[in-house]
Design a protein around this ligand. Sequence first.
Ligand code: HEC
Ligand code: HEC
Ligand code: HEC
Ligand code: HEC
Ligand code: HEC
Length: 234
Amino acid sequence: MQEFHFPNWVNRFTVIAILGGLAVGGYLATCLFAATHPRVVNVGHQPPQPVPFSHKLHAGQLKMDCRYCHNTVEVSGHAAVPATATCGNCHGGNRVKEGATLSVVRQESVLLKPIRDALETADFGRESGKPMEWERVHDLPDFVYFNHSAHISRGVSCVSCHGRVDTMEVVAQRETLSMAWCLECHRNPEKNIRDPQLVTKLDFVPEGDPEAYGREWAEKLNIKPNVSCSTCHR
Ligand code: HEC
Ligand code: HEC
Ligand code: HEC
Ligand code: HEC
Ligand code: HEC
């Protein structure tokens, strides 16, 4: 009778099993990380900001148009967050600009100190100032091409993609920004089209049948379904 012993490959097998286990574990950990990374679980993403800026107050109660601050949204791909000098129009502290004292809304507010400090570095001849480091809320992967002005000029309102920002104390991402989400509208854009002059009027509701209203404007602006890959991947 032969003596039983493990064949040679068993040792190697043990090593492979351990490495395999590590690989699978690593893979699972990566998936878990990816699935909880803000870019993926992005609906509701609401990073802390250096100044607690309220859209509800400024865009809602004070009725400031979105373009007062996001002034490139109509003409460029990027909406851009405002320069500190834009805040300085009202929160400039007691600084003097060309002989006139800047508006001093809440001059004493500690919440606005970072704005006043940034403006200290401003050269008012050029209306600049140290930029505030606002945290990005929305962030598409770099391989996707997106363009704000292409939407704004075609009658797609901010509300279709960002929700009622004018009621948000802190901006939060409302949509997934996934490819499926983009395509859902691109396949059938009509119901999201309005008079381009009303794109920043987030509470706008058309009189009568909203579907007929959307169709009418889609026709006027000659909007077509647009799902070709090269629209968003160039
Ligand atoms: C008084 C200036 C001001 C006005 C008016 C304003 N915003 Fe903003 N907006 C900001 C600032 C500052 C930030 C960056 C800080 C933050 O995210 O809250 C911002 C951020 C945003 C973001 C998130 C940007 C990102 O990082 O992804 C969206 C979306 C947005 N605004 C939409 C709007 C819309 C829609 C309106 C009009 C209803 C509007 N804003 C009006 C100043 C303004
Ligand atoms: C057109 C004028 C105007 C502009 C421009 C403006 N604000 Fe305001 N802001 C106000 C008014 C009015 C209030 C409310 C003051 C009050 O409640 O007495 C206010 C209040 C605030 C407050 C709350 C302060 C506190 O102590 O409660 C913060 C923070 C603030 N603004 C940040 C900003 C930032 C950041 C910007 C630039 C992105 C900005 N504001 C641009 C008019 C403005
Ligand atoms: C068709 C959907 C859509 C519409 C309409 C839209 N946005 Fe956006 N917005 C996005 C997406 C997607 C991003 C993220 C872009 C990126 O990461 O490159 C974004 C980002 C932003 C940002 C961050 C800065 C930037 O450009 O990345 C601001 C501010 C903003 N939007 C404001 C607005 C305002 C104000 C309006 C209306 C005048 C508006 N958006 C209309 C989809 C939209
Ligand atoms: C709520 C509707 C809606 C959503 C959501 C939407 N789009 Fe659009 N998009 C449109 C409309 C409408 C047009 C203009 C179509 C036309 O001109 O006929 C357009 C045009 C574009 C264009 C310009 C095409 C060109 O050739 O000028 C790009 C790029 C684009 N969208 C990318 C995106 C991306 C990327 C997303 C998702 C992150 C997205 N869109 C989400 C409605 C939408
Ligand atoms: C209206 C805009 C739009 C169109 C049209 C579009 N895509 Fe995308 N695509 C996106 C966006 C946005 C993402 C990023 C999704 C994310 O980050 O979750 C994406 C992601 C992808 C990815 C990466 C997959 C992943 O899960 O990360 C591939 C591959 C892709 N698209 C291929 C295509 C092909 C092929 C077509 C044509 C049949 C196409 N796309 C048409 C917007 C678009």
